[in-house]
Design a protein around this ligand. Structure first.
Ligand code: PGA
Length: 257
């Protein structure tokens, strides 16, 4: 099983998004045998969710959101309830993306609360972690990632739900820079070990999936998906084109059968 997740960010307007999903759905139906091993998720902006939820309702493609609030109702101007996402059949939510951490001061204290709320509402969290270029140059990448995971996940009762952890080095996002696949594999093992320590449970591996994100496209997806500990990708720029995203999904589908 693996996960191929499209993060549209704030990039396609509603009409463009609807067209892309319709095109993608046609391709996916035509070649469904080439995608059967793949959990495909599309995460559009909030304003597009209602329309896109309707288009995807009779397909195997899942809907995701790019953020949510940690309370379900109340005086929280501008926020979106996890319950409303669930009402729209959103099965996944991206949390703690570095763009939110850097531009909006979101921290892992917030992310922690959002993860709890997502799990309580039956939404699978996609937790983003990643070091900056400066942190990496100082030799701090392991420390930063372990710390982010600890802050986001410690004390959480996972019960039997899944959590996806996307390792996204901040400097690789949207830059065209893809890091050495062996290094992605090394980081994925560190992340998995940290979750085993945190939940004091070797079996937790069944519930945690490590993904990679940062300039992923159809040319490089195979270079890291071949490693058993990397079980998917979070894709920004390359998910904005139906054919390219479809090709990425098809290539990812060959792994983890
Ligand atoms: P990118 O974005 O694929 O455009 O680098 C990935 C992300 O930000 O999740």
């Amino acid at each position: 099983m693996n996960f191929t997740i499209a993060n549209w960010k704030m990039d396609l307007d509603l009409n463009q998004g609807v067209d892309l999903v319709k095109d993608f759905k046609k391709m996916a139906e035509r070649e469904k045998d080439n995608l059967d091993n793949n959990n495909i998720v599309i995460a559009p902006p909030f304003t597009h969710l209602f329309s896109i939820s309707k288009i995807l309702s009779d397909s195997k493609v899942f809907l995701g959101a790019q953020n949510m609030f940690w309370e379900t109702k109340g005086d929280f101007t501008g926020e979106i309830s996890p319950k409303w996402l669930k009402d729209l059949s959103c099965k996944f939510v991206i949390l703690g993306h570095s763009e939110r951490r850097m531009l909006l001061n979101e921290d892992y204290f917030h992310v922690h609360k959002k993860i709890i709320a997502a799990l309580e509402n039956d939404i699978i969290p996609i937790l983003c972690v990643g070091e900056t270029r400066i942190q990496r140059n100082k030799g701090l990448k392991e420390y930063v990632i372990l710390n982010q995971i600890e802050n986001a996940l410690s004390g959480i009762d996972l019960k039997d739900s899944k959590i996806l952890i996307a390792y996204e080095p901040v400097w690789a996002i949207g830059t065209g820079l893809i890091i050495d696949p062996e290094e992605i594999e090394y980081m994925s093992r560190i992340i998995l070990q940290k979750t085993i320590d945190l939940f004091s449970d070797k079996n937790i591996k069944e519930q945690i999936y490590v993904l990679y994100g940062g300039s992923v496209d159809s040319d490089n997806i195979e270079s890291f998906m071949k490693y058993p500990t990397i079980e998917g990708a979070l894709i920004g720029g390359a998910s904005l084109n139906a054919k390219e995203f479809f090709n990425i999904c098809k290539k990812a589908n060959q792994f983890k059968t």
